[in-house]
Write a protein that binds this ligand. Sequence first.
Ligand SMILES: Nc1ncnc2c1ncn2[C@@H]1O[C@H](COP(=O)(O)OP(=O)(O)O)[C@@H](O)[C@H]1O
Ligand SMILES: [Mg+2]
Length: 167
Amino acid sequence: MAERTPPRPEGARAYAVRDELGVFACTRGTRAVAASLGFDPAACDELAIVASELATNALRHGKGGVFDVGPVHDPALGLGVRLAAKDRGPPIRDLAKAMIDGSDDQGPLDPARVFGRRGIGAGLGAVVRLTHRFGVDQRDGEKVVWAERFLARGSARTRAATPYRGR
Ligand SMILES: Nc1ncnc2c1ncn2[C@@H]1O[C@H](COP(=O)(O)OP(=O)(O)O)[C@@H](O)[C@H]1O
Ligand SMILES: [Mg+2]
């Protein structure tokens, strides 16, 4: 039987996020990069969700931005994938609140207003649950919301939704 050639790891890809089509390009690109790095199909699906949440936030809350995805290597954790959405929109005022499911960066969403706002305030929570590291770097009017998931760590679904600070 012919041996299967392992996929060739891809370099980084970058996408402009100006509309929903841009968000879709981020999810598709993330899936391709993650597969090339050796993530299994379920992990690729989960990473596509992470890409969609980060890119959608950059579009909706950050007035559009740039998304990139590529390999990352950590001395302890080995090979992984890093996703980052960069924008120059208004800052995240309170990250701890923003990370709580059902909240924005000011606190719990008004249940009467959730329907129709296109988002239940659980995007960042999902990003945290589906990755191994998460962070937000805000300075000089620019914001980078990033997440990393490592091959050797396997499924990330059990991770508690608490922010990772520092690298
Ligand atoms: N890129 C961003 N720029 C500004 N604020 C953001 C950004 N990403 C997230 N936020 C803030 O964090 C909150 C929570 O984000 P999220 O969990 O994705 O929920 P949702 O997008 O449904 O509001 C947002 O409501 C917003 O206040
Ligand atoms: Mg969101």
